[in-house]
Structure formats: C-alpha cells, structure tokens
Design a protein around this ligand. Structure first.
Ligand code: NAD
Ligand code: DAU
Length: 341
C-alpha cells in the first residue's frame, strides 16, 4: 500500500526519530515533513532523510493556514501525525504565549486542513503531563486514560487544550483522530536543554550539573524508538476516537539519573549543583500502558540500562551535532535560565 504520511515537527527530537523509523519500516510510504525550524528544529538532524527519494521537507509554520493548505493540496496526505510543538516546560514558564499559539492554534490549523482536504487518520502526539502529577508516597498510583486532566505548567495546559480540541473535532466533525500520551523520552537528537542530554553535555565539558531542588522528582523514561513504534501501531491499528497512554514502567529519580550519567562518563558527583526548583514542579509521572499493550500488543523493547548507554554513546559519537547547538543562540537561553539560579 502506498501511503502519504505528513509529519509535523519532524526536525525535532521525537519527530526526527519517527521520520527515520517510518522510512525504515515502511519504505513504500512517502514521508512529507513540515517544520518551521524553531530553535529546537535542526536540518542536520534530517540530513540522512533528505537523501531519500520518499522524503520531502517543507519549512512551514503549522499556524500558517494558507501555507499548510497549499501543502495539503500538493501532497494529498492520507495520514497526519502532529508532533510540532513548543515542548520545554521551563521555557513555557518564561514565555507562555508561543506555547498557546503553536500547541493550540497550530493543532487547530492542522485539523482544519484535514477536514477541508479529507484524511484517513489524524494523530495527535500528546503527553502524560496533561494528567498533572502523582504523589511520591503513593507508588501504587498510575495515570490511566481515564485519569482526569489536571495541568501544572503553561506547557501542559497548552497540550491539554489541544487534546480537548482534538476530541471535540472528532465528536463534532467526525475527524478520524487518535491521541497518544507518552511519558519522558530519551535517545538520539534530544535537544540539550532537557535533563538527560543537558547532563551528558555538561559532564563532557566538566560543567556544573544543575539539579532542580533535591532531585527527588520522578519521571517514567522511555527510549524514543519505543515511542515511535507505539505511534506506528496506533496510526495503523488504533481505534479512532481513542486515547492511548505510552510508557515503560521505568520510574527514576532525577538525581539517580544524573549520578548514573556521571558514573558512565567517569565524572565526579562534585559536579552536581542543586539549584532553585522549577516553579510548580510536578513530583512524579507514571504511566499505566495496559490499554496499548492489550489492544495493540505494544511493549517497550529497550531496557533503560541499555538505552541510556546507547544514548550517551550517541552523544559521544555526535559531538558536532550538540556542540553546534551549544555554540549558537542556545547560549543566551542557558545564561538566562541558569546564570543566577
Ligand atoms: P522538540 O522541541 O524537540 O521538537 C519540536 C519540533 O517542532 C521542532 O523541530 C520545531 O522546529 C517544531 N516546531 C515548533 N513549533 C512549530 C510550528 N509552529 N510549526 C512547525 N514546526 C514547529 O520536541 P519533542 O521533544 O520532539 O516533542 C515532540 C512532541 O512530542 C511534542 O508535541 C511534545 O509535546 C510531545 N512529547 C514529548 C515528550 C518528550 O519526552 N520529549 C514526551 C511525550 C510527548
Ligand atoms: O512527560 C513528558 C514530558 O517530558 C514532555 O511532554 C515534555 O515535552 C518533555 O520536555 C519532558 O518534560 P519534563 O519537564 O519532565 O522534562 P525535562 O527534561 O525538562 O526535566 C526532567 C526532570 O529533570 C524534571 O523533574 C526537571 C528536572 N531538571 C531538568 C533540567 C532541564 C533538572 O533537575 N535540571 C535541569 O537542568
């Protein structure tokens, strides 16, 4: 079957991993990538895809209605996967507005295009952050698809708003939509403002490792390829109108992750610096992935012990990729975020 799949945000972390996953797993599909290349999008990330005849790239903002409609007219996609988003919680605390524009209004534009031109499936890549957080002293509690939405940051509020809009478009207009809510991803091409790549990059430069508060917050880490496999399954076999949680039962405290990275790279714990906590900092995320396992047979394949080594090795082998980022505009952000913290 020849399909045309439109992927937004494909120059970012998970989107690019998904582009490579789909080119590998579905070599007969045409992959149309739409990304406006914010600070988080990087064409060098897509260098391997640009050589593929089945891949085409458009530098377009998902809020640009006319531009998006033109792409639909030209490419006639039958499936859309919307990754494009402002994705960093700390930035959403600093400047919320762009999060509302891209994450909410951009989602609306994508769905309007799907309605106007017709589509087989619209998939919204959401996040477990829409459920808020869980207490540390209740390890028996997990987020299920029925957990009420209860957001903490402008980022999570914008993602939750988008989810509600997707559900409204499904119910009101019959848009054939699905939503996935995944836990924290890690792996290649992860922008070095996020915990794991930031700690790897700082370790490799013998710079302080800024842990927010005591570092006791818990995240449920999933190797990015496992997330890509989950979305691949959902767009092909997931039930329209459904939400699927994605997570690997791999809860870790931030401080333990930072120490593990130090150990692997042979760096001293004295680099660890406890800095002011994130405002509204969520304590614990933990996904119950029973539904996607039961309905679609999905299970994570990469154990954290293996995935984190693969990830650190990737950063060792691809210094040019992250060093170019660190030498550019990102330096100003780092100074603003950590300078006086
Ligand atoms: P990222 O910040 O690495 O990449 C986002 C990409 O979207 C970038 O390439 C950027 O240029 C592009 N983009 C941003 N605004 C755009 C716009 N207006 N128009 C077109 N392109 C735009 O993000 P990520 O970590 O890869 O996350 C991708 C998606 O997955 C997001 O929707 C995020 O909410 C969700 N998610 C992320 C995680 C995680 O752990 N990183 C977990 C669950 C869900
Ligand atoms: O759960 C899914 C979400 O995971 C996604 O929706 C988001 O897009 C993604 O950014 C991620 O959000 P987090 O806020 O959990 O990820 P981040 O890497 O920013 O932080 C992970 C934890 O590490 C969090 O408890 C804050 C802490 N932290 C982070 C940074 C950047 C630090 O202690 N120091 C740091 O310098």
């Amino acid at each position: 079957m020849n399909k045309t799949l439109l992927i937004t945000g494909g120059a970012g972390f998970i989107g690019s991993n998904f582009v490579y996953h789909m080119l590998r797993e579905h070599p007969d599909y045409k992959i149309v990538c739409v990304d406006c290349l914010t600070y988080a999008g990087n064409m060098s990330t897509l260098a391997g895809a640009m050589q593929n005849d089945h891949f085409v790239f458009y530098k377009t903002n998902i809020c640009d209605r006319a531009g998006i409609y033109r792409i639909f007219e030209t490419e006639k996609p039958d499936t859309v996967v919307n990754f494009a988003a402002e994705s960093h919680v700390d930035r959403s605390i600093e400047s919320p507005e762009i999060f509302l524009q891209t994450n909410i209004l951009g989602t609306q534009v994508m769905m309007d295009a799907c309605r106007k031109y017709g589509i087989g499936r619209y998939h919204q890549v959401s996040t477990d952050e829409v459920y808020g957080d869980l207490p540390l002293d209740r390890p028996d509690l997990f987020f299920t698809e029925e957990t009420p939405i209860h957001t903490s940051s402008p980022y999570s509020a914008s993602k939750a708003s988008a989810d509600l809009l997707v559900q409204a478009y499904h119910r009101t207009f019959g848009l054939p939509a699905t939503i996935s809510r995944c836990s924290n991803n890690y792996g290649p091409y992860h922008f070095p403002e996020k915990l794991i790549p930031l700690m790897i990059a700082n370790c490799l430069q013998d710079k302080p490792l800024p842990v927010y508060g005591e570092g006791l917050n818990v995240r449920d880490w999933l190797y990015v390829e496992d997330h890509c496999r989950a979305i691949d399954l959902i767009i092909h076999r997931g039930r329209v109108g459904e939400v699927y949680n994605v997570g690997g039962h791999n809860e870790m405290k931030n401080i333990d992750i930072v120490k593990l990275i130090c150990d692997y790279l042979g760096k001293p714990y004295s680099l660890i610096t406890h800095v002011a906590d994130r405002k509204g900092h969520d304590m614990r995320y933990a996904i119950d992935p029973t539904k996607i396992h039961r309905e679609l047979g999905w299970l994570p394949e990469t154990k954290f012990a293996d995935g984190i080594k693969k990830t650190i090795d990737w950063y060792l082998e691809n210094r040019d990729w992250w060093q170019t980022i660190l030498s550019g505009e990102y330096r100003n952000y780092y100074e603003r975020m950590y300078g006086n913290r």
